[in-house]
Every structure is written in C-alpha cells, then in structure tokens.
Design a protein around this ligand. Structure first.
Ligand code: SF4
Ligand code: SF4
Length: 285
C-alpha cells in the first residue's frame, strides 16, 4: 500500500499479486466490483506483472483486501512486502519456450509471501532465452535454456539450423552443423528449426541470475549457475533468499547484501549439484 496523493482525506493504493501474472474472468469481475465500490473507477497496470487499485479510502482497505483475497488475488502488502514475481507468457501461449516458467512461478509465489523476508525480492522467470520478463534485471532471474546435440545419422545437411541461429553460433562444415560454444546462448532455435529431429535437446534447465536491477543505477544480474534442472529451481530460489535474508542488515536491499557477501559465497551455498557449478560441455561435433 502506498499513500494516495490527496492531502484532504486518507486514501491508499492496493497493489495486487496474481500468480503467473494471470487473472481469471471471475477474478476480473471481483476486481471490477471492488474498483467500483471502493476505488475511484480504474485500475493501474504497473511494472513486473502488477496491478494497482488506487484511491481506496483507508477505512475500506481491509474490506477491499478481503474481497480480493477471497477470489485468490493476493496483495503486495502481505509478508515479503513489495516482493514481486514476473513471468513470461510461457507454455501454451508462446512457441519459443523449452522450460515451463509457469510451473516455477506457481512454486515460488508462496515463498515470496513469507513473513520472514526482511526485504522485498523481485523474481522474474522466462521460459526461453528471449527473456521477455527481463530476468537479468531482477534480484533473482531464471532464463530457460536448452543445449542442442546433433544426431549425425539423422542430419540431411540442409542447413536450416544454421539459418535459424540468430547468434551466428552455427556453421556448416563437411555437411554437418558445428556449434561455437562461445557464441551459443542456448536458445534452442536450431532444435526447433530442424525438421528431421537431428538436433535435439541434450539437456534443458535454467540459467540463474542474481543481483540485477533497473532504476537510477541499473545493472544486469550476475550468472549464478547454468543448467539448473527445472525440479531444482524452487530450492535454489529458496536457498538464495534464505542466504541473503540471514545476512541482511536493517534496511539493506537484496542487491546490497549480495555485493557485500560476494557471489562465490552465495554460489557455494545455493548451488548444490556439481553439474550446476560448471559450464556445459560442448556436445555437438
Ligand atoms: S541454441 Fe545455440 S546454436 Fe542453437 S540457435 Fe540458439 S544460439 Fe544458435
Ligand atoms: S536443420 Fe537438422 S537436418 Fe538440417 S542441417 Fe541442421 S541438423 Fe541437419
């Protein structure tokens, strides 16, 4: 909740959280009703998949909150005040994904409501390297990635994969595509473009970024780990948040704690599997 800019009476804005960034038709009906009865006639769409109902009279805030929560809409004034979760369109709504960002979003939505968190934590999840939800500018960002592998016997050498690679990471040599691991960003476009199933996902997972932010002094998050398996991602997020929360000084932001304690200390605590600590091996010929 934040102060509404009217000195003559007490009014507040109510910030909403919707898991996966989606509202059902029924929730929209409830929201419309709350806005008509308790707000000033409109909803503001804010950053990080957020919605805000401005101009609610202070004495009506609890009533409005109760109505919204009964429909499954959380408010940002609950624990972890100011925390947010952004997620891309994802499975079923986007053709690019290899990793189901929505499943991870649902797993993390409860974690971000924890009363124990001493600071807001902004999490962003994208199902592919297009990174539509801007994970590199979040406190914790997840980007779905896929490592291609070539099954030589299936390759017809038509080069469709090379044409699909926007990074210039593939070239044809002796009739077969070859991948430059320094250029590859694990987007999987080549896998999707191969009509003969000769390029396949060797492994999928998330690249995890930490410490990114927009605003007055923007910076991109640092890479904490690559190819974190989907099933491990919720635990990695919980460990990162727990590690930072335990070491936070009063009023210190997530990014400030990270800069003070260093990435290596966080990595050795939060990333448990040896396979997540190393760069992937080059697997195409
Ligand atoms: S996965 Fe790598 S090689 Fe394939 S299209 Fe993406 S960047 Fe190019
Ligand atoms: S698109 Fe598939 S079949 Fe064609 S060259 Fe690439 S890997 Fe081979």
């Amino acid at each position: 909740m934040s102060d509404f800019n009217d000195a003559s009476e007490c009014r507040l804005s109510l910030r909403l959280r919707a898991p996966e960034g989606m509202l059902s038709a029924d929730q929209l009906m409830v929201l419309g009703d709350v806005v008509r009865r308790h707000g000033i006639g409109f909803v503001r769409i804010v950053g990080r998949s957020g919605l805000e109902v401005p101009g609610i009279a202070c004495e009506e805030i609890q009533t409005a909150k109760a109505l919204l929560e009964a429909s499954g809409l959380g408010t940002a004034s609950e624990g972890g005040a100011g925390s947010s979760l952004s997620v891309c369109s994802g499975q079923g709504r986007c053709v690019s994904y290899f990793v189901d960002a929505g499943t991870l979003a649902m797993a993390l939505s409860g974690l971000l409501e924890s009363e124990a968190m001493p600071m807001p934590v902004r999490v962003a999840i994208s199902g592919c390297a297009e990174a539509c939800s801007c994970p590199q500018t979040a406190d914790i960002g997840f980007v779905g990635i896929v490592e291609p592998i070539l099954v030589r016997a299936e390759c017809l050498g038509d080069g469709a994969c090379v044409g699909a690679c926007k990074e210039g990471a593939l070239i044809m040599r002796r009739g077969l595509p070859r991948r430059d691991p320094q250029r590859c960003n694990f987007c999987g476009d080549c896998v999707a473009a191969c009509g003969f199933n000769a390029l396949r996902p060797a492994r999928v997972g998330y690249t995890v970024y930490v410490g990114g932010k927009a605003g007055r002094r923007p910076c991109l998050g640092a890479e904490l780990a690559r190819f974190v398996p989907e099933e491990d991602a919720p635990e990695v997020a919980a460990r990162v948040i727990g590690f930072v929360s335990e070491r936070a000084r009063p009023r210190e932001t997530f990014g400030a704690v990270l800069r003070r304690i260093g990435l290596d200390a966080l990595r050795s605590y939060a990333i448990t599997r040896p396979s997540q600590r190393t760069r992937p091996q080059e697997m195409t010929p």
